[in-house]
Ligand binder design. Structure first.
Ligand code: FES
Length: 165
């Protein structure tokens, strides 16, 4: 297991200290750690369990229950593609396939260069826009029309390549 940086550990300590006296602090702490660090490292679960007087197993259970939390670092750009029924029947699987091809990230995984994560998700609650994709909080409805998702991804990939060129 890779060790967390001192800065990340300090961030976790600050988050735990800020919320430990609030009611039901576990979720709030997890939410803040996810936002700050991009995932929930084991060390965070330990510190949160300690502060909340619960077990690491219980905190881990909460992490696993909510799809918003992840125990693996995410890529710089996170692509969520809904595979709920409405999106699936409108071709969402083909979008997942294209996204994995273009980014090199496996489904529910991260590309080797760390730039992209592709997540197949459950219904995002926007079925009227099916098929729906979300790139870094930017919602793309009817994502297969006029190749909207592919165009958006191609643009981001080009921008990232320009940064290293
Ligand atoms: S099924 Fe995709 S948003 Fe509901």
């Amino acid at each position: 297991m890779e060790r967390l940086s001192p800065a990340a550990l300090a961030d976790i300590d600050a988050i735990v200290a800020a919320h430990k006296d609030e009611p039901g602090p576990t979720i709030v702490m997890l939410h803040d750690v996810q936002n700050k660090i991009g995932y929930i490292p084991f060390e965070a679960m330990e510190k949160i369990a300690d502060a909340c007087g619960t077990s690491v197993a219980e905190v881990y259970g909460v992490v696993k229950f909510y799809a918003q939390f992840t125990t693996e670092p995410k890529g710089k750009h996170v692509i969520n593609i809904c595979l709920g029924t409405a999106c699936y029947v409108k071709g969402a699987q083909a979008l997942v396939d294209r996204a994995t091809e273009l980014t090199g990230a496996p489904v529910n995984g991260t590309s080797p260069d760390g730039l992209f994560s592709v997540d197949a998700t459950r219904c995002l609650g926007a079925c009227g826009l099916a098929p729906v994709a979300v790139i870094d909080d930017h919602v793309i409805g009817q994502a297969n029309e006029q190749n909207k998702l592919v165009k958006a991804l191609t643009k981001i990939i080009a921008e990232e390549h320009d940064k290293v060129a």
